[in-house]
Structure formats: structure tokens, C-alpha cells
Ligand binder design. Sequence first.
Ligand code: BES
Ligand code: ZN
Length: 645
Amino acid sequence: MRSALRLAALAWVAATFMQPAVHAAEAKPSEAIKPGVDYHSFANVTDFRVRHVALDLTVSFEERQLSGHADLTVTRQNPAASMLILDTRDLNVRSVSLLQKGSDPKSLRFSYGDEQKYLGKPLRIELPAGTSSNLNTGSGESIIRIEYNSRPEASGLQWLTPAQTDGKKLPYLFSQSQAIHARSWIPLQDSPQVRVTYSATIHTPDGLVAVMSAAHGPVDSKADSKGRKAYRFEMKEAIPSYLIAIAVGDLKFRAISNRTGVYTEPGVLNAAAAEFSDLERMVAACEKLFGPYRWGRYDLLILPPSAPYGGMENPRLSFITPTVIAGDKSLVALIAHELAHSWSGNLVTNATPRDFWLNEGFTVYLERRIVEALYGERREKMENALGLQSLRRDLADLDNDHQHLAIDLRNEDPDEGVTEVAYEKGKLFLEFLESRFGRPELQAFLRGYFDHFAFQSIYTEQFLDYLRANLLSKKPGAVTEAQIKEWVYGPGIPSFAVLPAQDVFKHVDDARESWVSGKVTAASLPVRGWTTQEWLHFLDNLPRALSAGQLASLDEAFALTKARNAEIAMSWYRIAIRNDYQPAFANIERYLTDIGRRKLVRPLYEELMKTPKGATFARAVYARARAGYHPITATSIDAIVTPKG
Ligand code: BES
Ligand code: ZN
């Protein structure tokens, strides 16, 4: 979607290469979108509710599949309902049965509905109303067992060969369930308005460790007859399905405090423990501002470089890209972000994709509070300034409808609808409220909000009602209803927004200007002590066209082509591509094959596709790199480089 929204750029690409335009967003249904309705799930959540998911799965790296069963504890909400509809995507379901106390399971009839692009297909299980009462567990609940296996192409799983890992000896598996990929490895009601507790027994080949977004129980000390070990997990808090997560690999653990630590492959452990040594301080800072951390432990799992996202806030165990290990803690705002989701997102959850900004906008606001508390106001100002710049870049490419906080993503892949609007515009809305009511008042309000809606999923209008009752009413007239509407249902950045000052980068702008105008050489630029954020601001605001000589002098002075900081490298490579700076291309190729983080590779492919020469290079690199990408990244890059027929 993000690329599909770049209508102007795409029209140009299409005209240049005579390809049909990459699929634009499909037409919206003519009826108005209904708040609180999830158009990205087949589940009939008003008829039945799944309360608990108990998994027993065997991990097979040979077959690239998880195989076993899911026991769903279900309550019937509507006495007349006779069909339970679950979400699935590319699952092989072998059988469905009703578990009964004291007698054999009763097999249930099931069928599939039509497959739909990126939604998968509904699994319909017959649960006739009249027959269920005597089959219930006693509390009006039924337990339904689904025997199934995932397929090798499951969109939410990535199966890595040993060669794709740090250690090169053992394979690796990890999941990414948000937005709607849990259904590709578990049959369930895959909508964030449904919250479940879960438990799991995971059988892994000996020598590999399983972790999940849950507390782990005792691990079998001995392998079974097939050489497998069983790991047990339990998540006692009710969470949305997109937070169910698993990883299996050669994992070691290092504690950072008594409730925080990192899991990584052995070779990454030291670097990760050093980079994230502030983890406990981050949790403590967030607790001080927004209330207790309610999930017990907070650990990080550092994934291999193919991880499609920078971070994923799986409860108790955030999944993190290794590209944030810069060696100087300069990219740890991402950790603050994933941690902050333990309040905004995991505790209070968006009920539908339309409400995604409640997760991300709030989380960016909390993230900046943590960054400020730990690394100071100057660093926070830099993050804010960079955030505004990337919001403006996204807005320039988005049609009006996609600039709303409450966004209509019907008929769109929610993964492709992720833009800075939910993140940075959402954060600006909270900062606007802060400017009108004061920081202590806004923070107290947020703390109350997290308490009030703890462990619930809510939609935009529920938040707005709570806001009116608990903040706006404190100072009548400070914020008008029209202003609220403009923030949430209007495009762009409201004219009355309070924007972060860019003066924190004045010295960088001055330096850039003096070099661009030829007053000073690259080597004599005053870059000593510049942080990653200053470099990003310097690079991202260079003139679009630079000469080969200018690029060579920057590269010579600062070794940018060899930058080990993945974000700085990406910004530099984008410039190199734009200006066809050949000395960088070998490293660009290596970067695109080593790293699978969508936010880092997508802009490079987009830039490459703007010229025929770049497109040829992009296609050649992608042909080799694609097999190493996570399905989510591959789907996004397919839409950019593959000619549509
Ligand atoms: N929850 C998101 C990742 C996500 C969003 C996955 C939408 C699937 C669909 C996560 O918290 C996130 O926002 N990650 C960002 C980092 C953050 C610092 C902006 C990322 O991955 O870049
Ligand atoms: Zn996030």
C-alpha cells in the first residue's frame, strides 16, 4: 500500500517502463466504515468468543512446518449461532473435534469459505446449538481441538537455514503475527478485539531452544525418543492474537536485571547485552510515568538480520532487529518504543486496523518520554525533528484518505497501510493535547487511561469519549470538538498543531550548507561528536543531485559506503543510488542481501526502480536476495520490483 499510494511516482514509473501501475488501493465499499468492526477478519466474534488457546506443536525444520493441535476454549455468545468461523491462511487442517469430559472427542464437520487476497480463508466449524450443552466443560465453554500443520510458505513464519544465522550451524525459526499473520500458523479468531490467554507445548529438535511471548515452564531435561525436547509456555493475561509469538534457534540468555535480559545467538550476546544495558532503567522510567509494568519479565530476543520489522512488541519478549546494535546505543529509541507498547498496545489495544494509531501514536509519545528521561531533552528533540521530517515525506505521497488517524483500510493489506501517520501524526495529536493541558495533566490522564482500559481492546471513538470525559472537561474550551475531529478524521497536519522545533539541528544545517556551497571541504566539516541522529539529518537533507566528486569527497572523509550503522548506511545508499555513485553499489548489494528489515530495504528498491539502469540492478539483486527475506518483506518488495501482468 505504501508504495501503491505513491501514485505520482508510480504513474511516472509505469509510463517510463510501460508497466501497468502497481495495484492501487481497491475501491472502498460504498457503505460507511463502522467503528469497532474488523474488516480484516472472517471470525463471527459476536456469535462465539475464543477465550483460551492451548497449543501443542512440533517444529520440523526439514518440512518447514509446525504440526500438532490447537485446543480453543470457546464460549457461545449468541444462543442461536451454530457455526464457528475462524481465520486461517495456508493451513492444512486434518480434523476438528469437540473435547468431552469422560468420553471420546466428538468429531465436528468443517469446511472452508473462499480464499481472499492476504486475508486467507474462513474455516467454518459446525457447532449446532442444541447439542452442545451436554458437551460443555461446565462453565458454558467448549473446547475444540483442531489438528493441523502450517505450510512452508506461512506468511507469519520465517524458516532460516543455518547459513542465514550468525552461528551458521543451526537453523532458526521466528514468527511475526502482526498485523494478520497469526492465522498462518494458528487457526483462531485473528482480530485484535478478541483477547485470549494461551499455553503451549513446543517440541523442538535437541540443541535448539524455543521461546514465546509468554512465561516459560519447566523444560524437559531429556530428549524424547525422536531426539526432541518439549518447552512449555503460559500467557496468563488476555492478549490479542497478533501478540502470540514463537522463535526457535540456538539461543543463549544474559540477564540485565532481575526482570530484564536478552536472548540471542551465542555470537551476538556480548554486543547485545552492552547495547541494551539500559533496559531496566527504561522499564523503571516508563513505570514511573505511566504505571506499573504488568507483564512480569521484560526480555528482548535479538533476531537474525532478516527480521522484517525493527521491533515487535511481543509481550514479555520483544523481537528486535540486530540492525539496532550500532555499538553506541544510538538506535535504542526502538527498544524504548517496543517497551512502551507494554502499556499502549499490549495493555490497551487497538480493536481494529482503523484504530492502529491508538497503538503506535501513543507508543511514539511514550517512547519519546523514555528517551528524554534516559538520554536527555536534546536527543528527544532530535528524534522529534526527524520524526516530523519523515511524516512530511510520507504525507507527500499519500492520498487524503490515508492521512487520517482513523484510517479506512478496507480492501487493503494492513501491512502495506503502515505509514508515519499513525506514528508521528498520532504523537503530534498527543503533544497538541499536552500543549493545551500541560505535561503533568496529560501524563496523569494517560496513566488513568491505561488503568481504565487495561487488558481491553478499544476503538477510536471509545478513546475519544474517554478523552472528553477525563481531560477535555477539565478545561472547557481549551480544545474544541472541531479540532479533535480535524486531528482524527482530517488529512494532513492541522494548522494549529504544535510542531517540534528544528533548531536542534541548526549546526548540522549550517555545516551542510557550507559544504554544499563549496565554502569548506568535507574533511574540514565539524562532525566530531556527531550522533547518528545528526548524521541522518545531514544526509537526508542534502540536495537531491550531487556530483560524483562531491559524493567521493564525502565518502573519503567519512567512509559512508562502509558505514556499520544500518540507518546511516541506508540514508547514504539512497543518495548513492539517486546519483548513480558506482563505488557504493557492491556494498548496496551486500546490504540488500544481508538485511531484510523492510523499512531499510524498501526505500532502496524504490529509489533503484526510478531508472532503467537501477531497475535492472534491483531485479538482479532481488532475484538472489528474495529467498532470504521474510514473507512480509518479500510481499512489499514484490510490489515494487515485479512487473505486474
Ligand atoms: N508493532 C510495530 C511493528 C508492526 C506494525 C508490525 C504494523 C506489523 C504491522 C512495532 O512496534 C514498530 O512500530 N516497529 C517499528 C519501530 C519503531 C521504533 C517505529 C519498526 O519496525 O520500524
Ligand atoms: Zn510500534
